[in-house]
Each structure stands twice: as structure tokens, then as C-alpha cells.
Design a binder for this molecule. Structure first.
Ligand SMILES: Nc1ncnc2c1ncn2[C@@H]1O[C@H](COP(=O)(O)OP(=O)(O)O)[C@@H](O)[C@H]1O
Ligand SMILES: [Mg+2]
Length: 541
């Protein structure tokens, strides 16, 4: 071993880049801050929108933090970690993404100041973790129980939609969101995407938007001879096909006489006729089929007065099952009345100028529903859909958990105050880290004030002092003064706040623990021999 002394040991591939210690931390923090700054101006009801233009030149105009971060193409790995925070928040509760990201940014900014004062990142990480755990309890303590309070649910839905450019229609949309969330709240399905289908229709006014206790299927009926409208529908959901199996190319059937060919074809037709007979015997008057329905079966179905649609998406079949109570049938010959679902009406209707869709509606115990959104343009409809999704998630959470907190920065002020009290029980550098955490929480009311054009320092001071009187004081967006947010109806699910603090702390501490960045040499994009320089594609990464 002695022979090695003095000889440099190279363990990295040539061309790799390496940064260590404070340099690495500083660069990582800068990247995270850049991302968080990019969404900071969108926070709150007075937040600005961003216009995102994709590679094809299509524009999205949005105020939704999660959408902005999803659409922008970040290359920096640390920035990507922050984007992940937004994603985690969005998956968990569907709202509070901007909050989570800007709190993460602020935690890192404050950490940087401590690192400059030679506080070791491990100490900061430990302080942040303790403070974050405390914050969970503080938030829980200030939460209010509102189980079964429909008016409150609507306010929660409205707070989630505020600032998304749809204020005029908020009442209508929040009603729809609460109705839809209430319908599916007892569904065994946890994921809203699998139980609420949002159908966007260009044309008409937002006021025409409505909830449909059933499902809208973007399909036409198979055959004009089938009924266009079926009342008291008994619906069969069929897996597989209703058509003559295509013979594979190497199958040989030797038919020697003309009569045999006829009877072979008749045999196949007979199978289909029997299958349609089985559908009818079970009592179905509407069939949604997962795969193809051939001409022969279509003819028999029409003859029996059964309405049918084919190649219905799997998601739609599952939602139809939840909405109508039908079971998905595998073997049509074994189907019985018990497998059928019910709906008051199934009807094909013209939607917009040229499309036809099948509306299944009036399902009495629908565990899946559709929301039909009308709007003037696609860009507007998309933003409306995002706002509605936020509202759906928060309403569903509060129906299930019953717990809310006031909004407008109130919980952040309270958490900051209590965490500062907690810090005073600690000693040394850890105390500094815990105070830095408390300060970071206040970025929420500060950003809300900035975005509304109020003086952030004044707002912060006013809120802090008002909190001596009560925990519900947040920023009144009209006056710039503290107001009781519960009285104003600015309320949010407890989970939006607890999750935001959790995700932000996790991301910040993860980034702080890194003190060594080793980047492999980037592959150069060179055409292969024999390839024109325009032919190569980027390597996947
Ligand atoms: N009418 C209102 N008055 C004061 N604050 C509000 C109001 N509506 C929403 N907020 C606050 O705005 C913040 C949420 O802003 P938003 O842009 O939806 O970001 P996020 O992606 O974090 O949900 C929350 O702190 C919420 O309490
Ligand atoms: Mg929101």
C-alpha cells in the first residue's frame, strides 16, 4: 500500500465535473430558488398568470403552479427535485402546489444564510425536521371540524378556485364540484380521475355546465337503425367482441362443396345471433362493448331494438360500472339480469357542431359521475378544468376528513409564531435553524401581499400582532388588512397545509444534505458513420 502514497487516485471518468462543499450547496440552492421564484407571482387570488408555449407553438395560459412546473422543461437536476415537490403535493391533495414550492424555496434561501454563518447543513436539516413535525401539530390544533357542512364545502371549493380567472362562475362551479365530490365520496375508488369524468365542450356558456349522474361516453351508436334514446335503460357492459373471429392467415379450412361454405358462414352467424339472443334474454336494452361489434351482430342488435356502442375505453367501462351498478360481463352467454346496470335515460345527442356523444344519465346511486363543462374556447376550458380539479380534490378531502383551516396566510402566521416559541426552548445553532424555518413559513402571507400590491412588511406586522387576538386572521385581499378568514369564508382543507409543509421540508432537507455533485460528461451528439448530420437523435436521458 505504501507504494501508492503521493500518486493521485483518479476514480472519475475523464470529463466528469465535480463540485463539492459550499460551492455545490450554493449552486443547488440557487437552482431551487429560481424555480420557486418562477411561480411565486402566481400565488393567491391576485396572482398573475403564466403563458406557456410548447414546442408546437401551442399556448397554455394558467395560474396553476403544478401545471406550470409540469410544462416547463427543466434540465437542472435540483430544479427537477423541486418540480417533484409540486407533483407530490398535486398527487396527495391536488391543491397547495405553489405554496409547497415557494415554502421549499424560502427554506433553502434561509438555509443559505445560515450556511454563510458557518452553521453546518446537518444542524439545519435537523432543526427543519423538528420544526416541520411541530408544525403538523400546530396546524391540527388550529383546524376546525366541519363535517357535513355543505356551505363550508362550497367555500373550500371556491377558495381552491380563486385566482384562476373564473371568478364570475365560481358559485356554479363550486356547486358542481361539491355535488360531484359528494357523489363519489363513498366510492371504493380513491382516485378522483377514476370516478369523475370531465367532458369539455367548446361552445355554449359556462352557465350551461352541469353534473351528470352517470357518464358521457364519446361514442356514437353503432347503427342508425338502433334507437337513439332508451328510457329505463338496462345496461350491459361487455368485455371482448361481438364479431366473427378473423381467421389467422395460416389457418386452413378445406371446403369442398359450395353447400359447406354456406353452412360454415351460417354457423358463424348463428353464434352471433345466439349471443345477441343471450343479451336480450338477460334483459339488456343498451350494450357498451369493449372491443369490436361486427356488422352481423350490429344487425341483430338493431333488430331487437338494442342500442349499442363499440370500442368503449376501459376507463369508461369501469366508470359505467360504478355509475350504473353494472358488472362487466366476460362471457355473454352466461350473462343474467343481475349483471345489468340501470339508468333513467341513455341517449345519443349532438354536442357542439359536429360530434355525437352518448349520455347515460339519471343513475340513482352513481358512484361515478361526469361533469360537462361548456366554455367559449379550448384554452379557457382547460383552465376551468384545472380549477375544477383543485376544487374537487379539496371538497373530497374535507367530506372525508372534516377538517379545515382558515386561509389567507393565517395558518402560516400561526405556525411561525408557535415555532418561534418552540425555538426559544432550544439552544445554540439548532435554535437558529428552527427560527429560519418559522421565518420561511411567512413567505406565504408575504407573497399574497406582494401579488396584491400591498406592502408586505406592513401586512406581516399587522398579521403578527392580530394573531395575539386569534388564529383566524389572514390577509383580506380587498383591504390589505387582517380579517377573520373563517368569517370571510376563505378556508382550506387542513391537509393542503400539512402536506405543503411536509413536502417542502422534505425537498429542502434533501437538497441541503447534498455536498458533492458529480456529473458525468455529457454525451456529445455526433452523427454515426454513414448518418447525415441531421439524422441523429438525442440519446435518451
Ligand atoms: N379570497 C382570498 N383571500 C385571501 N387569501 C386567499 C383567498 N383565496 C385564496 N387565498 C389564499 O391563496 C393561497 C393559495 O393560492 P393558489 O394560487 O391557489 O396556490 P396553491 O397552488 O398553493 O393552492 C392560499 O394561501 C389561500 O389561503
Ligand atoms: Mg390553490
Amino acid at each position: 500500500m505504501a507504494g501508492l502514497s503521493g500518486v493521485p487516485v483518479i476514480i472519475l471518468k475523464e470529463g466528469s465535473k465535480r463540485e463539492t462543499g459550499k460551492d455545490a450547496q450554493r449552486r443547488n440552492i440557487a437552482a431551487a430558488k429560481a424555480i420557486s421564484d418562477s411561480v411565486r407571482t402566481t400565488l393567491g387570488p391576485k396572482g398573475m398568470d403564466k403563458m406557456l408555449i410548447d414546442g408546437m407553438g401551442d399556448a397554455t395560459v394558467t395560474n396553476d403552479g403544478a401545471t406550470i412546473l409540469r410544462e416547463i422543461d427543466v434540465d437542472n437536476p435540483v430544479a427537477k427535485m423541486i418540480v417533484e415537490v409540486a407533483k407530490a403535493q398535486d398527487d396527495e391533495i391536488g391543491d397547495g402546489t405553489t405554496t409547497a414550492v415557494i415554502v421549499a424555496g424560502e427554506l433553502l434561501k434561509n438555509a443559505e444564510a445560515l450556511i454563510d454563518q458557518n452553521v453546518h447543513p446537518t444542524v439545519i436539516v435537523s432543526g427543519y425536521k423538528q420544526a416541520s413535525a411541530k408544525a403538523q401539530q400546530i396546524l391540527l390544533d388550529m383546524a376546525v371540524d366541519v363535517k357535513g357542512d355543505r356551505e363550508m364545502l362550497q367555500k373550500i371549493a371556491q377558495t381552491a378556485m380563486t385566482g384562476k380567472g373564473i371568478e364570475l362562475f365560481m358559485k356554479k362551479l363550486s356547486q358542481i364540484a361539491v355535488d360531484a365530490a359528494s357523489a363519489v365520496a363513498n366510492s371504493p375508488i380513491v382516485d378522483l380521475e377514476e370516478s369523475v369524468k370531465i367532458v369539455k365542450i367548446t361552445g355554449g356558456s359556462i352557465e350551461d355546465s352541469e353534473i351528470n349522474y352517470g357518464l358521457v361516453v364519446e361514442k356514437e351508436r353503432l347503427n342508425p337503425m338502433m334507437p337513439k334514446k332508451v328510457e329505463d335503460a338496462r345496461i350491459m357492459l361487455l368485455e371482448g367482441t361481438l364479431e366473427i373471429k378473423k381467421l389467422s392467415t395460416d389457418t386452413k379450412i378445406t371446403i369442398t362443396e359450395a353447400q359447406e361454405l354456406v353452412s360454415f358462414k351460417q354457423g358463424e352467424e348463428k353464434v352471433l345471433e345466439d349471443q345477441v339472443e343471450a343479451i336480450s334474454r338477460a334483459g339488456a336494452n343498451v350494450v357498451f362493448c369493449q372491443k369490436g361489434i361486427g356488422q352481423v351482430a350490429s344487425h341483430f342488435l338493431a333488430k331487437k331494438g338494442i342500442m349499442a356502442a363499440r370500442r368503449v375505453k376501459d376507463e369508461d367501462l369501469k366508470m359505467l360500472a360504478l355509475a350504473t351498478g353494472a358488472k362487466i360481463v366476460g362471457d355473454v352467454m352466461a350473462a343474467t339480469a343481475k349483471d345489468l346496470g340501470v339508468a333513467k335515460i341513455v341517449e345519443e345527442r349532438k354536442v357542439g357542431t359536429d360530434k355525437q356523444m352518448i349520455f347515460v344519465e339519471g343513475c340513482t346511486n352513481a358512484k361515478a359521475v361526469s361533469i360537462i363543462l361548456h366554455g367559449a374556447s379550448e384554452v379557457f376550458l382547460d383552465e376551468m378544468e384545472r380549477a375544477l380539479e383543485d376544487a374537487l380534490y379539496v371538497a373530497l378531502d374535507v367530506i372525508r376528513s372534516g377538517k379545515i383551516v382558515p386561509g389567507g396566510g393565517a395558518p402560516e402566521i400561526k405556525v411561525a409564531e408557535k415555532i418561534r416559541e418552540f425555538a426559544s426552548t432550544l439552544s445554540g445553532r439548532e435554535q437558529l435553524a428552527v427560527v429560519a424555518f418559522a421565518d420561511a413559513m411567512e413567505v406565504v402571507p408575504v407573497a399574497l401581499a406582494e401579488n396584491a400590491g400591498f406592502d408586505p412588511v406592513n401586512v406581516l406586522m399587522a398579521l403578527r400582532s392580530k394573531h395575539q387576538e386569534g388564529s383566524n386572521y389572514g390577509l383580506n385581499m380587498n383591504t390589505g388588512q387582517p380579517s377573520d378568514m373563517l368569517a370571510l369564508g376563505v378556508v382550506e382543507p387542513l391537509k393542503v397545509k400539512t402536506q405543503a409543509v411536509k413536502s417542502a421540508t422534505e425537498a429542502a432537507t434533501m437538497i441541503l444534505r447534498v455536498d458533492d455533485v458529480i456529473a458525468a460528461k455529457q454525451e456529445e451528439l455526433k452523427p454515426k458513420p454513414g448518418q447525415s448530420p441531421h439524422d441523429y437523435t438525442r440519446p435518451p436521458y
